[in-house]
Design a protein around this ligand. Structure first.
Ligand code: ZN
Length: 249
C-alpha cells in the first residue's frame, strides 16, 4: 500500500494493523530508494506471511529483487521473528542496534521476550524464533544510504533493551519509524518484562521529541503522514509531568 513516493506499507496483522500479512505481524514498511529497497521490520514469517509481503511489494509496482536491507526496530517476535527467513530468502543485510543484536543473533526466548509472551498467550506455543545473523550493528546516529534516500538510527531503549527508531530522509519528506516506542496520540507500550524500563523509556522519548519530521510511522495501529511530531511530543509532555503516557490497547 503506497503511503508516499518514499514509503509503502507492505505487511501487518488484521487485528493491530491493516490486514496485509500474518495474524500477529507488526507493520512492515518498505522504503523505496529508487535503485534499492529496504524493509523496516518484517513480522514473524509465520505461515504464508513472507510470501504475502512479497506479493504486496509486487502489487505496489516494486521489484522485491531490489531489496537490499532489513532494519529491525527491536527483537520482539512480532517485529523480527521472521528476520532469518527474510534474510535467507532475499539475501538481505540485517541491521539492528548494537544493544539488540545479541538477542536477534541467538533468538534467546528469555531476552526476546518470546517465552513470557507465549505463556501470556500472545503467540502459538509451537512458534520457533529462528536465530538471525546480524550484518550491521548500528549505533546512535549511524546513517545508511538506501539509493536516493538515507536512514538514521536512534537508540531508544525503554520498551525493551536495544530498541531503535529510524529517521528517513526521503526525497521531499522526512519520516520517523517508531516501532513500539511511541504510537498514535502519544501512547506507549510498557510491559511486565525484564528489560522494559520506564526511565530509559522517558529518556528515549525526550530524545525523539527533539527531531523534526513529517510522517509518524509506528509499528502498530494508526499512522500519520503529516504533523507527525505531535505524537512523540504528547508522550514526552506526559513523561515531563513524571507520569507514564497513555498505554496502547
Ligand atoms: Zn515490542
Amino acid at each position: 500500500m503506497r503511503l508516499t513516493e518514499d514509503v509503502y506499507l507492505v505487511g501487518g496483522s488484521p487485528s493491530v494493523g491493516f490486514g496485509l500479512s500474518g495474524e500477529i505481524d507488526s507493520h512492515v514498511y518498505c522504503i523505496d530508494g529508487g535503485s534499492e529497497l529496504a524493509l523496516v521490520d518484517c513480522g514473524m514469517a509465520a505461515g504464508t506471511s513472507l510470501e504475502e509481503i512479497l506479493a504486496n511489494i509486487r502489487d505496489d509496482g516494486l521489484d522485491p529483487g531490489k531489496l537490499g536491507s532489513l532494519f529491525i526496530t527491536h527483537y520482539h517476535t512480532d517485529h523480527a521473528g521472521g528476520a532469518a527467513a527474510f534474510r535467507r530468502r532475499l539475501g538481505l543485510k540485517v541491521g539492528i542496534s548494537h544493544e539488540g543484536a545479541e538477542a536477534l543473533r541467538t533468538a534467546d526466548e528469555y531476552w526476546t521476550g518470546l517465552g513470557l509472551a507465549k505463556r501470556a498467550g500472545f503467540y502459538p506455543q509451537d512458534y520457533v524464533y529462528e536465530p538471525c545473523p546480524v550484518d550491521r550493528e548500528l549505533h546512535d546516529g549511524d546513517t545508511i544510504p538506501i539509493g536516493e534516500v538515507a536512514l538514521t538510527m536512534y537508540e531508544t531503549p525503554g520498551h525493551c533493551n536495544g530498541h531503535g527508531c529510524y529517521l528517513l530522509q526521503g526525497r521531499r519528506k522526512r519520516y520517523l519509524f517508531t516501532g513500539d516506542c511511541v504510537f498514535f496520540g502519544g501512547e506507549i507500550l510498557l510491559q511486565n518484562i525484564p528489560d522494559c524500563n520506564i526511565q530509559r523509556y522517558a529518556a528515549s522519548v525526550a530524545k525523539l521529541a527533539e527531531l523534526e519530521y513529517d510522517a509518524f510511522l509506528p509499528g502498530h495501529m494508526a499512522l500519520s503522514l503529516r504533523d507527525g511530531t505531535r505524537h512523540v511530543r504528547a508522550a514526552h509532555a506526559a513523561f515531563e509531568k513524571l507520569l507514564p503516557p497513555k498505554q496502547l490497547l
